[in-house]
Design a protein. Structure first.
Length: 209
């Protein structure tokens, strides 16, 4: 009991400023300015600025009703929010981008991209669901989801399909290693590595050959 009290004393309680609702939280990051961002299952994104309160980031657009699966801050300080389905429609709301340098209002304006813009649109399920986001050494922002994988170069999206060497099954996770290779984990289709030009698939059989 004493040990539990010691553990409890080490936590600081934070409060949702305008609601007492309890949410299912799906993702958390800290940005360069020390803000803590929280993704939720049904209520979009919340942000804590260090004053002990958590506020809903925006409540005037599709993000506020989205299931946020992942949050990522790129090297320029832009915050990306990837969404997945939270109902029976099997469709996410795509990805949202917030630029703190150009958005200074309480209800900031967000850039919004979906499969219609080319986001993860070549895979088996082009449903605007995004499960992972990362950035490569060239500053391209990569997105994985049920619709495969694509990257954004600041102007538009490039997506990959099976003939490019990348299978078209859902991509669930990835990371860029210190050598600049992008590793992609897929659902039921194995592990891939992208070297900037082509994809290599690693399977159990390949590792034994």
């Amino acid at each position: 009991v004493l040990h539990n009290k010691e553990i409890g004393a080490s936590f600081t309680k934070v409060t949702l400023r305008y609601t007492n609702n309890s949410f299912a939280y799906t993702s958390i990051i800290e940005d360069k300015d020390g803000n803590i961002w929280f993704g939720t299952l049904h209520n979009g994104v919340y942000r804590c600025d260090g004053n002990g309160y958590i506020d809903q980031f925006t409540n005037a657009d599709a993000l506020s009703k989205s299931s946020v699966s992942t949050i990522y801050e790129d090297r320029t300080g832009k915050i990306w929010f990837g969404t997945i389905t939270n109902d029976s429609s099997f469709r996410g709301h795509g990805v949202f981008r917030y630029d703190p340098l150009t958005s200074k209002t309480i209800a900031p304006s967000l850039a919004h991209f979906t499969a219609k813009d080319g986001l993860c649109s070549k895979g088996t399920f082009s449903n605007s669901s995004v499960t992972c986001i990362t950035e490569d050494n060239n500053g391209r922002i990569w997105f994985g989801g049920d619709g495969g994988v694509s990257y954004y170069n600041g102007k538009g999206f490039t997506s990959f399909i099976e003939k490019d060497g990348m299978g078209n099954y859902p991509v669930k996770c990835f990371v860029t290693d210190r050598s600049g290779f992008l590793w992609l984990g897929t659902w039921d289709l194995g592990l891939y590595r992208y070297d900037g030009k082509s994809f290599t698939c690693f399977t159990e059989n390949a590792s034994k050959s």
